[in-house]
Design a binder for this molecule. Structure first.
Ligand code: URA
Length: 251
């Protein structure tokens, strides 16, 4: 990508504005050499006014979303963008969350400008497993894991049963669940469907990626290997679901 396109992509204004900051000698390498050619391809770190640019195009950010923040522009603020670098909403393509978490749900949220990866992970055909930890209003009965693993449970107002989910009790009123779909308010509605109520819900993993020790409200950039592993896991989950959906071959 050329220097001017790179600056525009990372939210440094229009092409003209990007060209102006280059002319003003404000764009440098990490070592401080002034970059003058807006048409030159970028193969190195770029600094503006002495500060490194935000995450380069194709980045994936792992945010530990706090309760109370919304992912969608259509919802009532505060938005997750308040927790991210100020340039993010101005970037082209936009840095968007991969799927959503409810305002009341905390934990692992991925944000990227990689539209293909976003689609791969967030489309209804994506069956990459997502793990949640929850606290519940009612004590567990003991039959939850069988009911949720059955593949027959229906959510209110829906016409197709839920895919099997792996439910593990971790205490009298606490549990982990792994689901491989992304229906609206899915975990809360699943627990309501079996007569309980979710008090707190935190996403702790997506495929091979765990929340780890990222503090609430903070984020980190995923490394190239993590992105590769995530993409591979999503592709494998999609291929597995497709194979299962195929009717068995007749002899
Ligand atoms: N299930 C829910 O109920 N809420 C979320 O945010 C994610 C999964």
């Amino acid at each position: 990508m050329t220097l001017s396109r790179y600056l525009v992509a990372l939210g440094h204004g229009t092409r003209k504005e990007a060209e102006r900051i280059v002319r003003q000698r404000r764009v440098t390498t990490a070592a401080g050499a002034v970059l003058r050619d807006t048409d030159a391809y970028v193969h190195h770190d770029v600094f503006v006014d002495g500060a490194p640019l935000d995450a380069p195009p194709g980045s994936v950010i792992l945010l530990n979303k706090p309760v109370g923040y919304v992912c969608s522009l259509n919802d009532r603020p505060p938005m997750i963008y308040e927790l991210l670098p100020a340039n993010f909403p101005k970037r082209t393509p936009v840095m968007a969350s991969i799927g959503r978490l409810d305002a009341d749900t905390s934990g692992l949220l991925l944000v990227t400008d990689d539209g293909a990866l976003n689609h791969l992970l967030a489309s209804p055909k994506s069956h990459v497993p997502k793990r949640y930890a929850m606290t519940l209003a009612e004590a567990l009965r003991g039959d939850e894991s069988d009911v949720l693993a059955s593949g027959t449970l229906m959510l209110k107002g829906e016409t197709s049963p839920l895919l099997p989910a792996a439910f593990t009790a971790t205490g009298e009123r606490t549990a982990d669940i792994t689901i491989s779909e992304g229906r609206y308010h899915q975990v809360r509605r699943m627990m309501a469907a079996i007569g309980n109520h979710v008090h707190t819900l935190q996403r702790v993993a997506i495929g091979p990626l765990a929340l780890g020790d990222v503090a609430v409200g903070r984020w980190r950039l995923l490394g190239a290997t993590e992105i590769h592993t995530l993409r591979e896991a999503a592709l494998a989950a999609k291929a597995g679901a497709k194979a299962e959906a195929k009717p068995p071959a007749t002899a």
